[in-house]
Design a protein around this ligand. Structure first.
Ligand code: SF4
Length: 402
């Protein structure tokens, strides 16, 4: 294809896509959302061996839940009843917003499968955070409590097990597990060997789900009866029409009546072993779009999946797969490469500078001071995605410095 043809295709495509633009969420499409359709609830799936049915779409709570009470109400009305938050989100504002909702609609508490997390390093901290979460959310119990963002199963030790059992016995939590966005495959595989993990939330998307390691890890958890929730399912953001494959991808899905963002959700739901997708839905447009995708029964075709795979391959050097064990062990001092890559993704792909900068500035000042100067050449050589790690670490240091 000549440059002229390419430009023409782009123009033609953008015209087809309309003023919403290719990268934006397109909703509702082909009548997928019927706002008054009370019977069209989001489907549910069993959550591991817990005996719970959860909505296949989970409301990710990193947004201003306090000012978006109507949206929370609408989520319940549409059957999005798996709610995910964390002690740290918005410095506690996310949990407080949920608490405001539950104080107003206490009858909805039983409908909601409520998840929160604590990033505390010690048992004492877990207890402190859990009690605070209960207080903030005006509830006596958490359905599923996660240790937040582990990168090694060694963080799930005997003390943690004893703590989880005690919290369950006290009726403060019903189920227990962890979330992970670093070294996910290993955390899942090792987590499946523990008989006290009920649920895991992990980074999982069309880029990661087809690898042998990820398949093995998911299978192990399924065999162990662990409920699985996928997060970061957009795999680094939306199609931006920079290449021909991107154009094809977005155009192909648009012709079928859904956006590329909806298609990426569908690709994850194709795996029946994933109980739910946790998605940040900070406004009604995205909530509607995701609900529409969850309700819609059209399956992705083999051709759709193939194109997604091709797109993943072509853009691999723009996506960090979270295999932090590989790169971080190549650097002479502690450098949270996997975390920093994720914060860059929040900023560059999800347009959430605040979340990125807040997360970045939680890295200790000492590490923030020295890491841009470290030698990353070996890490770059070993990175399976071929990421320019040194350049990206410097970019983050400049961008998020406060
Ligand atoms: S930078 Fe490369 S090696 Fe490090 S976590 Fe990301 S993809 Fe893996």
């Amino acid at each position: 294809m000549t440059l002229k043809d390419h430009n023409w295709s782009r123009r033609k495509f953008l015209k087809t896509a309309g003023i919403a633009g290719v990268g934006s969420v397109v909703a509702p499409l082909n009548g997928l959302v019927n706002a008054s359709g009370q019977n069209e609830m989001v489907p549910t799936r069993p959550f591991g061996k817990t005996g719970e049915q959860v909505s296949i779409l989970s409301l990710g709570g990193i947004f201003d839940t306090g000012s978006n009470q109507l949206m929370l109400r609408q989520a319940v009305n549409w059957g999005v009843t798996y709610w995910d938050t964390a002690h740290s989100y918005g410095g506690g504002a996310s949990e407080k917003g949920i608490g405001k909702y539950l104080a107003k609609y206490p009858q909805d508490r039983k409908k909601i499968f409520l998840v929160t997390k604590s990033g505390a390093w010690r048992i004492k901290g877990l207890t402190r955070d859990l009690n605070k979460s209960l207080e903030r959310m005006h509830t006596d119990y958490i359905d599923l409590f996660f240790v937040h963002g582990i990168s090694s199963i060694s963080e799930m030790d005997e003390d943690t097990k004893a703590w989880a059992e005690e919290a369950k016995a006290a009726g403060k939590i019903r189920f227990f597990g962890f979330s992970t966005h670093s070294n996910m495959e290993e955390c899942l595989l090792e987590g499946a060997k523990l008989d006290w993990i009920d649920g895991i939330m992990m980074t999982y998307n069309y880029r990661l789900m087809h690898s042998d390691d990820m398949r093995r890890a998911v299978d192990a958890c399924v065999n162990a009866g662990i409920g699985l929730t996928a997060m970061k399912t957009q795999g680094g953001g939306q199609v931006k029409t920079h290449s021909e494959t991107e154009l094809k991808l977005a155009g192909r899905f648009l012709a079928k009546g859904f956006s590329d963002a909806q298609a990426k959700l569908k690709s994850v739901w194709q795996n029946p072993n994933i109980a739910s997708i946790c998605s940040q839905m900070p406004n009604m447009t995205i909530l509607m779009s995701n609900v529409a995708a969850a309700r819609n029964k059209t399956q992705l075709s083999a051709g759709d999946n193939e194109l997604l795979q091709r797109y993943a391959k072509e853009t691999r050097s723009a996506y960090c797969t979270g295999c932090a064990d590989i790169c971080e062990s190549c650097v002479e001092a502690e450098a949270p490469i996997g975390d920093v890559m994720r914060y860059l993704m929040y900023c560059n792909s999800y347009d959430d500078y605040k979340l990125a900068a807040d997360s970045f500035n939680k890295i200790s000042q000492k590490i923030r001071r020295y890491f841009p100067q470290l030698d990353y050449s070996e890490a770059e050589r070993k990175c399976p995605q071929g990421l320019p790690i040194a350049k990206l670490m410097q970019e983050a240091a400049k961008k998020f410095k406060i």
